[in-house]
Write a protein that binds this ligand. Structure first.
Ligand code: IFM
Length: 444
């Protein structure tokens, strides 16, 4: 099966950037050369990770980075989105870990030699444990520590980077990590989620200020994930429930950036759940950005709930990925179009999209046609949004490699390249070849 786009699609142009994405903790391993992070600690807790695994080796990218860049190059992509491990580049006393910086500099230099644009994410969830010990994202000071770390990275990397994103998916860090506790650091309590979110957004704003000052020529922004919320029925209570959920899970992270305020539902939340907002915070958070990264995987459907305002409905007879997430490409175009209507957006890059599928390697091949179908329908959805006037400049497949899927361990495979975790052998899947062929057929 091939991936194709309509002849007249802007996505066929070589100006449209295609890439693959990864994150440090999910692929690197090499834990002896960095500080412990909250995910190391979380993985060591009983019953935190489905297969009781950890990031000690992961895809051994720390050692295999050079051949992984050859692999990326062989996929004909324009860009590679990676994240930096904070605890690999900054020591506990705030000094620079030259060995860690050197690792990334070699990697960036190799990408540049190959003509691949580095899209660097500064924070993809691996907070150094010593900062968590001081309160992590519940401690306002962590936002200022992030700014210091950002400045170290910018100065060390010089002009090697094409684009910087401050944070990846602050919703996941805040809600999954500090409210429902299914991600590191595993803290549970409604009173914590929005507090952590505020400090993450503050970190983003402070980081943006440093990026603008010290790295004005890179494309600087943030990556947000969205799971669009649909009502279970036309009933007005269900519609209100879906709107509330949307504000709680999605708009909460974008509205302060573009409108310098939290969604109106803030007033409906008990004061124990309110973040502590100091005067000037929202001005910092709403620092203008050069691009918005959007990650999309699925949608969610909600109904009114007399106890909880909203509850999620599990749909029957719909196609699911191996994560149990509904395959709903229309949610992607609906999302992009609606965000474009609600906010005055800078150019958008789709920084993640992809699917976990139960892949098997047979006779040295992984024929993941379901994943190819997922990519096709979601690329079409991006094209639909572009045709409706949304300014989308790029698309990154999640993920380059099968990797550590957080609390799911290594059981869920998102890669367009299969990883045998015993031998660390990489095998390009059918989806990887289809993606490469799509990119190679671009003409202008
Ligand atoms: O693997 C994750 C990634 O780290 C962040 N976005 C969602 C992906 C799939 O769950």
């Amino acid at each position: 099966m091939k991936l194709t786009l309509p002849n007249n699609s802007k996505m066929n142009s070589k100006d449209f950037i295609y890439g693959v994405a990864t994150a440090s903790f999910q692929i690197e391993g090499g834990i002896d050369q960095r500080l412990p992070c909250i995910w190391d600690t979380f993985c060591s807790l009983e019953n935190s990770i489905v297969d009781a695994s950890n990031g000690d080796v992961a895809c051994d990218h720390y050692n295999k980075w050079s051949q992984d860049i050859d692999l990326i190059d062989s996929l004909a992509v324009d860009a590679y989105r990676l994240s930096i491990s904070w605890g690999r580049v900054v020591n506990e006393d705030g000094s620079i870990n030259e060995q860690g910086i050197g690792f990334y500099i070699r990697l960036l230099d190799r990408l540049i030699t190959k003509g691949i644009k580095p899209f660097v994410t500064l924070y993809h969830w691996d907070l150094p444990q010593h900062l968590e010990d001081k309160g992590g994202w519940l401690n306002r000071e962590t936002a200022y520590e992030f700014q210091k770390y950002t400045e170290i990275v910018i100065q060390a990397f010089g002009n090697r980077v094409h684009s910087y994103a401050t944070l990846n998916e602050p919703f996941c860090s805040a809600y999954l990590g500090y409210e429902v506790g299914i991600h590191a650091p595993g803290i549970k309590g409604k009173e914590f989620g929005k507090k952590a979110a505020h400090h993450l957004l503050l970190a983003h704003g402070l980081g943006m200020k440093s990026l603008k000052r010290l790295s004005p020529n890179t494309l600087n922004g943030i990556v947000l994930n969205f799971t669009p919320c649909y009502p279970a029925s036309e009933n007005s209570d269900d519609i209100k429930a879906a709107e509330f959920a949307d504000d709680y899970f999605n708009q909460w992270y974008i509205k302060p950036i573009f409108d310098a305020e939290y969604p109106e539902i803030l007033t409906q939340l008990p004061s124990s759940q309110h973040p502590e907002i100091i005067e000037g915070d929202l001005d910092i958070i709403s620092e203008s950005i050069d691009f918005l990264g959007i990650n999309y995987y699925t949608r969610a459907v909600y109904q009114a709930d007399e106890h909880e305002v909203f509850s999620q409905v599990s749909l029957k007879d719909v196609s699911l990925t191996d994560m149990g997430w509904e395959i709903y490409p229309q949610g992607f175009s609906d999302l992009l179009i609606s965000l474009n209507e609600k906010y005055t957006l800078p150019p958008i890059y789709i920084t993640e999209n992809g699917a976990a599928m139960p892949d098997n390697i047979i006779d040295g091949k992984v024929e993941d046609e379901h994943r190819v179908a997922y990519y096709q329908s979601h690329l079409n959805a991006v094209n639909t949004a572009i045709e409706s006037g949304v300014d989308i400049r790029g698309y990154f497949a999640w993920s380059l490699l099968d990797n550590l899927e957080w609390a799911e361990g290594y059981l869920k495979r998102f890669g367009i390249v299969y990883v045998d975790y015993q031998s660390q052998q990489r095998t390009i899947k059918s989806s990887g070849y289809a993606y490469r062929d799509l990119l190679n057929q671009r003409t202008d």
